[in-house]
Design a protein around this ligand. Sequence first.
Ligand SMILES: Cc1cc2nc3c(=O)[nH]c(=O)nc-3n(C[C@H](O)[C@H](O)[C@H](O)COP(=O)(O)O)c2cc1C
Length: 277
Amino acid sequence: MECRIGNLELKSRVFLAPMLEPNDVAFRLLCKRAGCGLTWTGMTSALSRKKLDLDDRPMLQLFGNSSKGIESFMRRYDSEVRGWDFNLGCPSKLSKRLGHGACLSDVIVIREILEVMRSCTDKPLTVKIRKSDLAFDILRICEEVGVDAICIHARTVSQGYSGDVDYEFALKVKKRSGIPVIFSGVSRFECVDKILKDFDFVMLGRLAIGHPEVFGDKGDVSFGKYLELARKFGLFFRQIKYQAMNFSKGLVGGKRLRMALIEARDVEDVERIMKKD
Ligand SMILES: Cc1cc2nc3c(=O)[nH]c(=O)nc-3n(C[C@H](O)[C@H](O)[C@H](O)COP(=O)(O)O)c2cc1C
């Protein structure tokens, strides 16, 4: 199986899936330290003016329903990232309303966006899709445009994030694909080895939330380390508290920690509560 995407040689075939809320820079850095092959940002608009911290050199995921703003955004950040991804998999109500993510179904627009993205970078370009009638048309476009890998999350838009992943559908994508395929939708960590026999790469989403050690645990990836990095990057209290909740899951006494965290009013409160563990 492949261990490279485009011109990028990778140390691990297990990645951190794009996730809007959990994937702040401190968390992504911990996942990378733990041995994760590639990290993804959450979906980002090319029209956003928000400051981006990209110290882990992630795959930067864009979403949108046109190529507006993409060129200048990519030129601005290309030197700071390991590659780029385009989101054709988000099933949210907002995506439905605005026609982006999995609800962008105009193949002419999809092709145009991917052509613009391809022309802006020599780094890996990937596309994330869901199970849909359009999946194989998108795959063909990706191959024609020179996309380096495709990621399949084999749930339909109406399934959202629950119900079974259609493994057979994902296998069909792999079989028909001339480019590497990343599998998304791993529900149990024990399945990773088997999935890596069928697919080039896997990405972990919910299994990794609050648990960077799933990537191999090379070194200290504790909440204490997260907090140190979160302070360095000036992350907001709300985000730090949210991650403390995530890290507490699976810990002995985790429920008690979460009850205490509800009352936390500042970062020092969070630190004190999590240190008691
Ligand atoms: C909290 C959360 C936020 C997510 N945000 C994004 C996102 O910004 N872009 C994206 O392509 N997928 C996003 N996803 C989907 C995941 O990348 C992944 O495809 C999905 O959760 C299935 O994989 P899992 O079972 O490993 O979680 C998100 C999922 C979760 C749970």
